[in-house]
Design a protein around this ligand. Structure first.
Ligand SMILES: [Zn+2]
Length: 129
């Protein structure tokens, strides 16, 4: 059985940890971040309440801050503290390139940790399969 950390990293349903939270794999279609209405394996809804994933923005914000700090530290230490516009451009470009990863991970973390859905492997046997 997959651990919660594994389910988060792989963007799996918090209930069965087998169904995908997103319609396509990040490696197949990087910019497609559509989610189905419910888990394709166990039927767990992916819309627990209206605006639920608004909260994932806080997780995403954390990722963005971490990205800014990381890029800043790398530029400062390995590229000899360049001009401010270099910092700005590099941070914006990095965040823009990484947003689909951030988006998926933020939603996965938020749903798995704060979604109020407990892991229940028995749903796989008893549900419509
Ligand atoms: Zn599921």
């Amino acid at each position: 059985m997959p651990s919660q950390g594994e389910a988060i990293i792989k963007c799996k349903c918090p209930k069965c940890r087998e169904g995908d939270m997103f319609e396509t794999s990040m490696f197949r279609n990087y910019f497609n971040v559509k989610m189905p209405k419910e888990c394709p394996k166990c039927g767990q809804t992916y819309r627990p309440e209206p605006g639920f994933f608004f909260g994932a923005m806080y997780v995403s914000y954390g990722f963005s801050v971490a990205t800014m700090i990381t890029v800043g530290v790398i530029l400062y230490n390995f590229f000899g503290d360049p001009d401010m516009w270099v910092y700005m451009t590099t941070v914006i470009a990095t965040v823009a390139i990484l947003w689909p990863i951030q988006y998926r991970l933020s939603r996965s973390i938020f749903f798995n940790v704060f979604g109020g859905v407990d892991y229940d492997p028995s749903v796989m046997k008893s549900s419509k399969g």
